[in-house]
Each structure stands twice: as C-alpha cells, then as structure tokens.
Ligand binder design. Sequence first.
Ligand code: ADP
Ligand code: MG
Length: 687
Amino acid sequence: AERPQLLDDEEGGVIFFSAPSSAAGYGYANLERQRQRLPVYKFRTAILYLVEKHATSIVVGETGSGKTTQIPQYLKEAGWAEGGRVIACTQPRRLAVQSVASRVAEEMGVKLGEEVGYTIRFEDVTNPGVTVIKFLTDGVLLREMMDDPLLTKYSVIMVDEAHERSLSTDTLLGLLKKVQRRRPDLRLIISSATIEAKSMSAFFSSSKKRPIQVPGDHIPEAVPAIISVEGKGFPVEIHYSEESFSNYVEAAISTVISIHSQEPAGDILVFLTGQDDIEAAVRLLMEDGQAPESRSSGLLILPLYSGLPRAEQDLVFSPTPKGKRKVIISTNIAETSLTLEGVVYVVDSGFSKQRFYNPISDIENLVVAPISKASARQRAGRAGRVRPGKCFRLYTEEYFVKEMPNEGIPEMQRSNLVSCVIQLKSLGIDNILGFDWISPPAPESMIRALEVLYSLGVLDDDAKLTTPTGFQVAEIPLDPMISKMILSANEYGCSEEVITIAAVLSIQSIWVSMRGAQRELDDVKLRFAAAEGDHITYLNIYKGFLNSGKSPQWCHKNFINYQAMKKVLEIREQLIKLLKRLGMILKSCEKDTLAIRKAIVAGFFAHACRLETFGQNGMYKTLRSSQEVHIHPSSVLFRVNPKWVIYNSIVSTDRQYMRHVLAIDPSWLTEAAPHFYQLQKPYPAAY
Ligand code: ADP
Ligand code: MG
C-alpha cells in the first residue's frame, strides 16, 4: 500500500495522519491481534536490531502507532529484562504514566505493580525485583539519579514524548548522554511524535569526549540510529473559523453542538487549556443537554486533565455506549501522550496553558497562550485514526498561516530554573553554564536561579550545595522554596502544620471548580478564612476535614474537592516518611501561627510584595522587580489587601495574579534573608 504524504496544511484542505488500529475488543487473544496490527509491529525486528547495535536509537512515529505501549514489551521479549535488569520508559506527564502502564499490564495479562509498574511523585506502584517494565515521569528518573547516578538497574531507558521538550526531559537527556560514556551496556531510545529527530541526533552524535573503555564490554555504535515508524493514515479535513472568537469556551461548545446535529456518528475531542475552562465547558454542555428540545441530547460529556479521579479517567478510555456520542474535553494531554479510540472530530481552541519565565522580573507565569503550528497539526491528527475525520479550528486560516509560530519554545528556555539547577548540583555538576544542554537556557535565568538558591542557604559562596541544608532541600521532591519552608518549620517547631501546607500547595486546588458560582464559593470560604491568609486557611480546612472523619459529604457541603483532600493526606504521609529519613521530628505549634508564617517566609521571601494602591483588589508591586501584581480572586485576602504579602505562584489572565497569599510583617524578610534584601531596603522609612 502506498503511504500518503504528510501534506502541508498551509495549502488548505487535507492532511494525512497514520496509524489506525482495530476497534476496541476484549480478551487476551484479541489484544494480541490488536498489538500485531499496530504500525510499530512491522518494525519490531528493525527496532530490536538497532537497539542492539546503537547506544542511542531515535524512533519517530505518529501518535497511536504503538511506540509507548509496544516497544517496552518488544525489549522484554528480546531479553533486555533478564538478569534482574529493568526497562524504563519515561513520560513528561503523570496521567500518561498511569494510563500507559495499566494498558501495558493489561496487554501482558499481569497485575499492575508486578511485572509492569509505574512511579510518579508520591506514588510508587512497583515491586522491586519483580517489576521489569517500569513507566515513570522524567522527573522521577532524575530523582533516582541522586541515589544511583549511573542508573545501574536499567538496561534500556526509553525517553518518550521527547518532542514535548519538557524541562525534565531536556535535563534528563543531557545527563543520560554523560551516563552513556560510563555505561556502554546502557541503551537509550528517544521517541517522538514529530521530526525533532535531527536535533536530537545531532545532540547525541556530537561528543567532545570518547566513551570510557570498559574492558570486555562491547562498545555500541555512537552515532544514533533513526527509525521512522510509518502507518497508513486517513485524511483529516481542516475547517477554519471565519472570524476570531473572544470566548473560545463558548465557541467550542457551539461547534460541538453543530457537529452533533450535522455530522455522522463519531466521537468528538475538544482541546481547551486546563481544569477551569474544561469544567466550565462540561457544565455548560450539560446544562444545554437538559433544556427541552436540546440539540445536545445523546452526548456523553467527559473531561480529561491531570488530577482527574481515576474512575473518570477510565470512562474516557472505555468504549462509547451504543447510540451515544462521546465528547472528550481535554488539555493538551490528548495531543500526543494518550491515544483515544473512536475520535473522528477534533475541535481545537488554538490555546494551551504554558509556563513563561521572565528573568528580569523573576516571575514565572502560567499563561493561556497560543499553540504552535506543530501542535495544531498534532491535534488535527487525532481525528484521523479510525476513519477520515474533520478538525474544526477555532481561529482563522490567516491567523494560522501568518501568526502561529512554527514550533514551540523548549520549556528549558521559558522556565524558572531553580529546581533544575539544584538537581544538577546535587548530581555533582558544578559548571552549570557549561553543561551539555540540548537547548541552552538564557544565562540570566541561570544567574537568577543561582542567586535565589544562594539566598535560600542552599548554595555556598563557591556555588556548591551546603551541608546539611542544600542536600536536604535537594532530597525533598518539591519546589526548593517549599522544601526550604519545610526545613525551617523544623526550627520553628511547626512541621506538622507546614507539611500540610506543603501538601496543599503541591496539588492543583482543594476547591471544587466553581466558575460562574463565585458568590457561593466566597460564602463558603468565609467559614474557613483566616486573617493571616490562604496558608492558614488551608490549615483550618484540613482540621475541619479531619474533624469530620474525612467525610466526603463534609467536603461536598463545603465545596471542597474530596479527591484533592485524599491526595493531601497521601502526600503528607510521604513527606512524613521523608522527613523522618532526614532526621527531623514532627512537631505541632498548636495555635502559634507566627511560627508558621515565619517558616513560610523563610522559603518564599523572594516573592514579597507591597501594596501600592488601595481599594477593591488593589495593586501590589514585587519588591524584587517592581512588577505590578494583584491578589487572585480565589484568595481569602482578595478583598482584604494587607500592606505586605508573599505569594506562592503567579497566574496571568488580564493581569498578573498572585495565588496562595500570606500577610506578613516586612521585618521577617530581612530576618529570613538578610543578604537578599541588604541592598534594597524592603520598606521606605515612612512605613
Ligand atoms: P504511541 O505511543 O505511538 O502514540 P501507544 O503505544 O500509546 O502509541 O498506543 C498504541 C495503541 O494502543 C493505540 O492505537 C490504541 O489502539 C491502543 N491503546 C493505547 N492506550 C490505550 C488505552 N488506555 N485503552 C485502549 N487502547 C489503548
Ligand atoms: Mg506514546
């Protein structure tokens, strides 16, 4: 059969994508047949040959061709898991790790957590000695290097979704290149949905240093092999909007409704940006479905985002009930990381949530920003898996052609590098600026990160990790500022409380999403609100939750997300174990919130702001860079506007909003970080 070319969709019209597979079926034999129908199956021998011969192999193939689920199994079948060795496969996203691991366990007919397992932060579903195929986030593999720098238990490491260029993926690739020099027996597979392969290949070919010869070991070919996994595809018709929309959620909903009333059967996949707009869209569509003579009856509406409870995730992957049409409303997790069967229509908002870091203002933002053409093509491709499909782009063709960037910027070049730097330091990489980066970050960002780490007491004058603070902060798998806050809590005698705060800050939100019902939510918040700010409010909520006997009804009544609270309990348990290992004692300060607040400031002094203009949602300026910021409407301090605050993170919409805000006394800043504030007096004499 002839392979259709991937046409440029600038020409207008049709693009082809690969890899249809059979309809979902059940039973082991059926699964086996499905496996053999995947495009990657034809390349099984070739892939195994290349992995044998080359230190690094690069596999390129469209989403759904079987890279993630099949290649680890081929490797196992070929003996790479013998002799106690493990095959690793990394993913940038936690949800993808869980989902592909359970799929592979099912295909192999084993229980998840035995031969096939997974590890994500705060959740280890493996059985050491038994697990031979292990899925994990790239971040977790980086952490494993701290205990075992050469990753000796792995025979093959597959770095999947490399085209995403996540911060951890890029860091990992730089480190793995170093590991390879010392471990000629290690094989790397880099897999990618797009042809980023050339730059990857160049990266792994260019080496100033020769591999270190280990006597008796066969030295594999250093130049990477590239293999493209092809499959026949179905055409996807692209439809552009006539004009641009000011509200993409509404535009998406009306597009879904018109697809449902005009197009033949087939599931719909909608790309929005995050939990907020996804839940808003789900609610609006459901409300529409309840209206008499509704045009959206017969729709099965399902959200998909990270942090979604397990049961709801499973619904997304289960076959569409007869007579129904599934509408999956997703973040860009469904762009390449997950394969959804049965999708024939794609609705693309043209946006995703992205991190942006500005080293001048030292602010990292989470922003809803335009996607790249490469992403738009991937999204469209999700419509052509089972039969010819359609993609509805909620933007104009002119916008696509003239304004959308060709490629996204690697996360490395738009992130705060504090976590990345501390990780490299803890692996003994001293010359950070000279590290072998696949795409070097801005030197300004590096310098900012070093500065913050120095002020946190994590690095010394020679930019080496301090003992014990630096090593302890590196050991805790959280943002270094949160880790420092926890360590300081030990000194202030309030670790019980502060690990609760740390756990809450590590999840998305403890509130159920209440878009459109802000007033009710505000009323509920008053029940828990603490004058000191959000952090202390979280403690009140946690206490209330415990007093209720961890009751789901209590959560429901108070608009609190029960799943999130369960996660908080889990993370707390993990943190307690970790702190015991670091030799810390768990201690409660009872009602002394001063101790708690000082511990928080010890971690987050760099995020201090002063109120500039009073009034409804007044304006603050960051002390560090005089940036205008405001308190986020979700904060209990939204209407209070204390003079001095610190925040945990910034989100941008029409303005820059601080999330998780705490009122402070400015003298705590100089106390916590004298060197950081020695030059710029935090407050004018008038105060
Ligand atoms: P790739 O990594 O190349 O994008 P995958 O290995 O993830 O491809 O998927 C290969 C095939 O496995 C898909 O086309 C789909 O048929 C099937 N599959 C993967 N995950 C699931 C799942 N959770 N449920 C059902 N089928 C799945
Ligand atoms: Mg994959």
